[in-house]
Design a protein around this ligand. Sequence first.
Ligand SMILES: NC(=O)c1ccc[n+]([C@@H]2O[C@H](COP(=O)([O-])OP(=O)(O)OC[C@H]3O[C@@H](n4cnc5c(N)ncnc54)[C@H](OP(=O)(O)O)[C@@H]3O)[C@@H](O)[C@H]2O)c1
Length: 275
Amino acid sequence: MTVPQVTLNDGVQIPQLGYGVWRVPNDEVVAPVLTALETGYRHIDTAAVYRNEEGVGEALKQSGITRDEVFVTSKLWNDKHKAADAREAIETTLTKLGLDHLDLYLIHWPATAKYGDDYIEAWDALQQFRAEGLTRSIGVSNFNPEHLDKLNGAVPSLNQVERHPSFNRAELFGELKARGIALEAWSPLGNQRDPSDLDLPAVKQVAEQTGLSPAQVIIRWHLQTGDIVIPKSVTPSRIAENFDVFGVELSAEQVELLSGLDAGNRQGGDPLTQA
Ligand SMILES: NC(=O)c1ccc[n+]([C@@H]2O[C@H](COP(=O)([O-])OP(=O)(O)OC[C@H]3O[C@@H](n4cnc5c(N)ncnc54)[C@H](OP(=O)(O)O)[C@@H]3O)[C@@H](O)[C@H]2O)c1
């Protein structure tokens, strides 16, 4: 199965479908990441704050997959925005992953509620890391347009933000597109919180029409609206199911139906208050 690649504004290519590992403990992460890699995923999304970079690194090593075949993202945590702290953080991340470079390094949150505009210093540090070859691409996560505006004219390659049918971020999506910044959707399935996007009647209706599962319908919606998407599962059958999404296309009407489900249903943190 060939996963489409998205070319970022710096020329780096990222597989449009990846695999996220938030809330998978370090001592439980090796097996699902190995399953994901065996299934065909070639894009893993972790973060320092997930505390599972060592396990992810172990899985990468055990898989035997060559470094240039897999795209690895990690993220700088909020209390490491000062330049010296950021350097220590990327070095620790690389050591834990057992890698000499990342493919993508993100500022996890602007974290202005606690650290003011320190994220601007973090951005300067990331630019330096890219220049030194410690990461191929640099981006941000959970940035609103007003945060992007303060990066002294720099344009991150990507913004990783919460997006799923009941929280579809149409305005932010358009804004990022206009700026040439790719949108990567976190909690793409809505993180299975209550109410779950998987249970929405329109999602179930499209699932019945297409023969896809509700999760596959939502992943196809992300792919067809142009997101990069990183569903998480520790369940082998779901890891396979979430990857098996390239045989069927949703119709334009079905995509439109799903794009009409926005209910402002934010499940995770808000960039304006997250510390
Ligand atoms: N930048 C950020 O601030 C940020 C924030 C949140 C997440 N993320 C990233 O985005 C990734 C994905 O987001 P997420 O983990 O919050 O949520 P998600 O991928 O939307 O949903 C994960 C949940 O859905 C379940 N699930 C997965 N596939 C399923 C399927 N086919 N059918 C039914 N249920 C299914 C999983 O259960 P099981 O695991 O039990 O199978 C898990 O409970 C994270 O792992 C992380 O890498 C980033």
